[in-house]
Write a protein that binds this ligand. Structure first.
Ligand SMILES: NC(=O)c1ccc[n+]([C@@H]2O[C@H](COP(=O)([O-])OP(=O)(O)OC[C@H]3O[C@@H](n4cnc5c(N)ncnc54)[C@H](OP(=O)(O)O)[C@@H]3O)[C@@H](O)[C@H]2O)c1
Length: 222
């Protein structure tokens, strides 16, 4: 079943950027910051006209896809109960300067797996984290455009990945299946995928190279 209502948690640079692209693609968009929707209604009317400013609880309740675009160190403020059973897209990244030390990350192979440990009932996918917020609009192209940019989608569930792949396509990108959530480590900050910009074939090649490197790391030294 396709997604129709997007609930975005985070009304900052990424949240409003995703909102604009989602509105263009024909979705209904609800957007929330951490407080009263009245505090963001003016900025939303300017930055993402057509999106509805709501509470986080309202966004999660009404959406069939919840987009997480809050600073990563705020992940514990996300409500696991409200996100249980929901299709959830994690766009978040770890930046020490912004997020501070996060010892929880040492126990998770990727930041999305750390987030999933906090919201275990969510059907979680990782994507849209390896594109700058301004590029969501700048690099978006119709399907089939020769210079269309590719973005990776990782999730542990095939149906979740399929729905988020469709969402990313509708935002204007070639969506590439990156496999399990752990494979999302291939496009976290510091990786070639994170720092570069790729077409579909280029992104697939980088994902394969990262997977091959990860397997080599697991091979015992002789
Ligand atoms: N900037 C980029 O180009 C970029 C690109 C890809 C991914 N990312 C990642 O996307 C995330 C957001 O980045 P950003 O640059 O958009 O940050 P930002 O401009 O600082 O915006 C963060 C937003 O999150 C809201 N927020 C915090 N806790 C919340 C909660 N529990 N529920 C709902 N909203 C909450 C904040 O609202 P309040 O003011 O009310 O707290 C604010 O509106 C980060 O994890 C970042 O690493 C960033």
């Amino acid at each position: 079943m396709s997604t129709t209502t997007i609930g975005i948690l985070g009304a900052g640079k990424v949240g409003t950027g995703v909102a604009r692209q989602a509105l263009k693609a024909g979705y209904r968009v609800l957007i929330a910051a951490s407080g009263d929707p009245k505090d963001i209604s003016l900025i939303i009317s300017v930055m993402a006209p057509g999106a509805e400013a709501v509470t986080a609880a309202e966004a999660m309740a009404a959406a069939d896809l919840v987009v997480l675009s809050v600073p990563l160190h705020k992940f514990r403020t996300l409500d696991p109960t409200a996100l249980s059973g929901k299709l959830v897209l994690d766009t978040m990244n770890y930046w020490r300067d912004t997020n501070g030390d996060m010892p929880e990350l040492d126990e998770a192979p990727s930041s999305s797996e750390m987030v999933l440990a906090h919201i275990p009932g969510a059907r979680l996918a990782k994507s849209l984290n390896h594109i700058g917020y301004h590029e969501l609009e700048l690099d978006s192209r119709p399907a089939g455009a020769p210079d269309r940019r590719a973005l990776a989608v990782a999730s542990d569930h095939d149906d979740t990945r399929a729905l988020v792949l469709e969402f990313v396509e509708r935002l204007g990108f070639d969506a590439v299946d990156a496999g399990s959530l752990a494979r999302g480590a291939a496009f976290e900050p510091g990786t070639p995928i994170f720092t570069g910009s790729y077409d579909e074939a280029g992104l697939q090649a980088e994902l394969l190279a990262h997977a091959a490197g990860a397997e080599m790391d697991l091979t015992p030294a002789r």
